[in-house]
Design a protein around this ligand. Structure first.
Ligand code: ZN
Length: 187
């Protein structure tokens, strides 16, 4: 069952190549997606930790708390933190790279989709011992840089590089075939 790689809209019954009626993303049968971890701002983490530490400090300074109370508070913190994090980051869309015939699309959970057409994607490589994935245009300008942790760790960088390169080959070949077909048809 074909579903939109971005908004999960059910695309059953629509032609092979089309834009999703829900979010407008191009769909084609060869399109794939690479999941990215959410980008958590370090300041947000510091803020939550500081707020919790302050709460703990206030409670312990006001009077002598029992060890049981401190223990309960710490356990509650450990349980609430990840929950808050998930709520705050949103449970719906996750950052994603979507590879379709339009190009390499960087899709953040909030904000605009950024499309890098395949002709602009000249080089995809793993940098600094798989510490990051970088995409360069024909002039050597950096189009995209993703740290390894956004791909789920260092070992996930080479497969992602491989997948992007492979899709690029497929879609560039497809485009060439399309334009060659049009020329023959026109001439
Ligand atoms: Zn969609």
């Amino acid at each position: 069952m074909p579903i939109c790689l971005w908004c999960s809209y059910d695309l059953t019954g629509l032609p092979e190549h089309h834009a999703c009626p829900e979010c407008g993303l191009e769909y084609d049968p060869k399109a794939t997606a690479i999941e990215l971890t959410q980008h958590v701002h370090p300041l947000a983490v510091i803020f939550f930790a500081a707020a919790f530490a302050a709460l703990l400090a206030i409670l312990t300074l006001r009077r002598q708390p029992s060890w049981v109370e401190v223990f309960i508070l710490l356990v509650a913190g450990a349980l609430v933190f990840p929950m808050l994090g998930r709520m705050w980051l949103g449970s719906g869309r996750h950052d994603r790279l979507i590879l379709n015939r339009n190009g390499l699309n960087y899709c953040p959970s909030s904000g605009e989709i950024r499309t890098m057409p395949w002709k602009q994607v000249a080089e995809v490589r793993a940098a600094l011992g798989n510490a990051s994935l970088t995409v360069l245009d024909p002039e050597g300008e950096q189009l995209l840089k993703l740290r390894a942790d956004r791909l789920g760790g260092h070992k996930h960088v080479p497969p992602a590089v491989g997948e992007i390169r492979q899709r690029r080959e497929i879609y560039l070949a497809e485009n060439e075939m399309d334009s060659a077909g049009q020329e023959t048809h026109g001439g």
